[in-house]
Design a binder for this molecule. Structure first.
Ligand SMILES: *[C@@H]1O[C@H](CO)[C@@H](O)[C@H](O)[C@H]1NC(C)=O
Ligand SMILES: *[C@@H]1O[C@H](CO)[C@@H](O)[C@H](O)[C@H]1NC(C)=O
Ligand SMILES: *[C@@H]1O[C@H](CO)[C@@H](O)[C@H](O)[C@H]1NC(C)=O
Ligand SMILES: *[C@@H]1O[C@H](CO)[C@@H](O)[C@H](O)[C@H]1NC(C)=O
Length: 244
């Protein structure tokens, strides 16, 4: 029985043998997600310590007063990681299959699109062979999909963005409260409120500026435009080709 069933399946559905479907799709998507985990953490770590040419733009050093700084400011990104975790699988699977690689190329009558099958036919089949053939395209799809999702999750006004801003503001206010306590006897209440409003605005501007660097920082973490650190060419090609 154990042998007959798969063989029967082969005879009945010869197309399914070569298309990446089911486990092939799920496993390849998950394999890239796993490999991106460290890239993501490194990107956020780099973002947190990012300096542009004119000015340091770190959340902890630039935005939060010393008195209320966190030891590890990567915690500010927790809302992004949480939202990413919930959406990344569906988003990446869709970006690879079927946005670019189509499971089967044949239509419902088993007819190939014109010019197919051949690796460069206009409709790219989602066979393991064509994924390896188009490997540079595949890693670009994975990078673009991942960085686009993260960019969307950190765009001003998004839920994770608002949560980050809330955390940062809470720490800023905490630090200012401590500083104000020292000044409270000599400074009128109205001036204190003005200082606070100004700093809210500058924190928001600073945070926007830092989060805008997410994609370029991720590209840098991936080794630049050839994505050499986010390719894993040899092991991933082997991984993909284990599927028939
Ligand atoms: C989300 O978190 C779960 C549980 O920790 C983990 O198994 C899964 O791989 C994560 N998914 C992504 C896309 O990071
Ligand atoms: C990011 O947002 C843009 C604009 O709304 C959308 O076109 C794109 O598909 C989104 N990317 C992902 C990965 O969800
Ligand atoms: C407040 O003043 C005390 C004593 O002058 C000082 O030790 C402390 O560092 C000050 N706190 C802040 C947040 O500036
Ligand atoms: C990728 O680009 C970097 C710098 O942009 C270069 O040092 C490296 O040799 C390139 N790698 C490949 C495999 O082309």
């Amino acid at each position: 029985m154990q042998l007959i069933l798969p063989m029967l399946f082969l005879l009945l559905a010869p197309v399914a043998v070569t298309a990446c479907e089911g486990d092939c799709i799920i496993d390849i998507t998950n394999e890239y997600l796993n490999r991106y985990e460290n890239i993501l953490l490194t990107t956020l770590q780099n973002l947190e310590t990012y300096h542009d040419d004119t000015q340091a733009t770190q959340i902890s050093e630039q935005l939060v007063p010393a008195a209320s700084r966190r030891e590890n400011s990567i915690v500010y990104f927790a809302p992004v990681l949480k939202a990413y975790n919930l959406t990344a699988y569906n988003s990446l699977e869709k970006a690879i299959f079927p946005s670019y690689f189509h499971g089967k190329c044949q239509d419902e009558n088993g007819v190939n699109p014109s010019g197919c099958p051949n690796p460069d036919c206009p409709k790219v089949c989602g066979t393991p062979g064509s994924m390896v053939h188009f490997y540079p395209t595949l890693i670009k799809i994975v990078f673009d999909g991942t960085s686009s999702l993260l960019t969307n999750l950190t765009v001003p006004g998004s839920k994770p963005y608002n949560q980050i801003q809330q955390m940062v503001m809470a720490d800023v206010n905490e630090g200012q409260k401590k500083r104000m306590e020292n000044l409270s006897r000599i400074m009128p209440l109205r001036s204190r409120a003005a200082i606070q409003a100004r700093s809210t605005h500058s924190v928001q501007q600073g945070l926007k500026k830092i989060l805008k660097e997410l994609r370029p920082t991720m590209l840098e973490t991936c080794g630049g435009s050839n994505l050499s650190f986010c390719s894993w060419e040899q092991p991933m090609k082997e991984f993909i080709l284990q599927y028939p």
